[in-house]
Design a binder for this molecule. Structure first.
Ligand code: FAD
Length: 435
């Protein structure tokens, strides 16, 4: 089965009709790559991973070509929930069991660097992307609360991280106006932002730094060698180094990465703007919220006080025909008061997940690197991955290798069978959420 995820759900070269696309100042369309080009580094994919890598490389004096099959920020980076927090997608306790305490600690420190990196990029490049501090983890089962609070204690005492604190039931009901949650935590080190404006801010910085950016340029093949050759329908780019930054849209461009990074779709709606009192009744202090369900609900308010609610995975590569109806269901389970609210925008996106939910950093060959599979935790981590890949190209690979050394297994079933297996697993976990 040929996977053409790049074109399965969207129109060529167009951003989806999302709230984000409607509230961003777009860059002029950039030309497609044509003819024979030469570069020090060719970066494939202009999401956070590729944009950050290209920017850091150009700032270090490299001649960089950056290609995207559609537009800059077309993929997950222009469509996501905008939630930014430290840590990995899995907790430090699980990570310690996986890689030992010392490496878990080093990966924690890098996760904190990733949040600082996002914030400094926003500041240094004057990006208007509405950074707002505070991320709430909300527990939907009473029995999860004691675990969350023990985890907060661990971060406070063992990791010296004092920006996160426990939230008890009554306070949670004040902070998040829903009967669905029994407690959780509040992390003031994290926050939320407008994801597409952040991606476009990175793209502007890339152009200013001299990166040659080409849009509507789908890479069809990457031929190993020194230099490697990146083949598109209209161009051949010879480059000393190549970075694959395609995440969930990689398809069959590289079999080894595709076997470990599975594309999965997720969906978001934006309601009509709400009046101040209604909005504050939903999320009192304008934090971002993510809950403890396996099929996670994540939500926050936009700058113009819309509820931006994400949830409701679907399995299979085509988006459902009525995304608004799909997401309205979990949204009204959490907030029955939004039953009759109008939904102005509904969109889907494709992300890359791995078996163990740790990102997959790889040296495909000596001069071809890849970073992807952030498993829904990529706003900061993909930005950092780009920087670490840029360092690896410059011969400082310790931090890239710290991630690359975390083994990510192949999904069972290969490219054709893995989806049905994942569907079965996800449905089982989704069912467990209800109890
Ligand atoms: C709906 C949704 C909600 C999410 N919510 C959050 C959240 O709240 N917080 C969080 O931290 N993370 C979240 N994520 C995950 C986060 O968005 C991603 O981890 C992150 O954007 C990954 O960035 P990337 O650059 O690796 O990939 P992408 O942004 O997907 O970029 C990949 C790019 O590669 C291009 N490409 C692919 N193949 C080719 C090719 N052959 N030739 C040329 N170009 C190609 C694509 O066009 C695309 O632009 C969410 C994701 C989705 C989809």
């Amino acid at each position: 089965m040929a996977l053409d995820i790049l074109n399965a759900n969207d129109r060529q070269g167009e951003y989806p009709t999302s709230y984000y696309a409607a509230t961003s100042t777009h860059l002029p369309a950039m030309l497609a790559a044509a003819g024979a080009l030469r570069a020090d580094v060719c970066v494939v994919g202009a999401g956070y991973t590729g944009l950050s890598a290209a920017l850091h490389l150009a700032q270090a004096g490299f001649d960089v070509v950056l290609l995207d099959a559609h537009r800059v920020g077309f993929g997950a980076s222009g469509r996501n929930g905008g939630q930014v927090s430290g840590g990995q997608r899995i907790g430090q306790d699980d990570l310690e069991n996986m890689v030992g305490k010392d490496r878990a600690r080093a990966l924690w420190d890098l996760s904190q660097d990733s949040v600082s990196l996002v914030r400094s990029l926003i500041n240094n490049h004057d990006m208007d992307c509405g950074w707002t501090p505070g991320v709430i983890e909300a527990d939907h089962r009473v029995r999860d609360v004691s675990h969350t609070h023990a985890y907060v204690d661990k971060l406070n005492s063992e990791y010296g991280y004092d920006k996160v604190r426990a939230v008890h039931r009554d306070e949670m009901r004040d902070l998040v106006g829903s009967p669905a949650y029994h407690g959780g935590s509040l992390d003031m080190g994290g926050g939320h932002l407008h994801p597409l404006r952040y991606a476009l801010g990175l793209a502007r910085a890339c152009v200013d730094a001299g990166v040659r950016v080409f849009e509507n340029t789908k890479v069809l093949d990457v031929k190993q060698g020194d230099p490697a050759q990146v083949i598109t329908s209209g161009a051949v780019i010879s480059a000393n180094h190549v970075l694959l930054a395609c995440n969930g849209y990689l398809g069959e461009l590289n079999g080894g990465v595709a076997a470990r990074v599975m594309p999965i779709n997720n969906f978001i709606v934006a309601t009509q703007p709400l009046d101040e009192a209604t909005a504050r009744g939903l999320i009192r202090d304008n934090h971002a919220v993510a809950d403890s369900k396996f099929v996670i609900n994540y939500f926050r308010l936009s700058e113009d006080r819309r509820m931006l609610f994400g949830g409701g995975e679907s399995y299979g590569y085509k988006f459902p025909s009525d995304i608004a109806a799909l997401v309205r269901k979990p949204m009204t389970q959490i907030y029955p008061q939004l039953r009759d609210v109008k939904i102005d925008y509904a969109w889907g996106g494709t992300l890359g997940i791995t078996m163990n939910r740790m990102p997959h950093f790889a040296r495909v060959t000596g001069n071809i690197l890849s970073a992807s599979g952030y498993s829904g935790h990529g706003v900061a981590m993909a930005t950092l991955a780009g920087k670490l890949a840029a360092q690896a190209v410059q011969g400082q690979a310790e931090k890239f290798d710290l991630f690359a050394d975390v083994a990510t297994k192949r999904f069972p079933g290969g490219m054709t069978l893995r989806t049905p297996l994942l569907v079965a697993a996800m449905l089982w976990y989704a069912m467990r959420d209800r109890f």
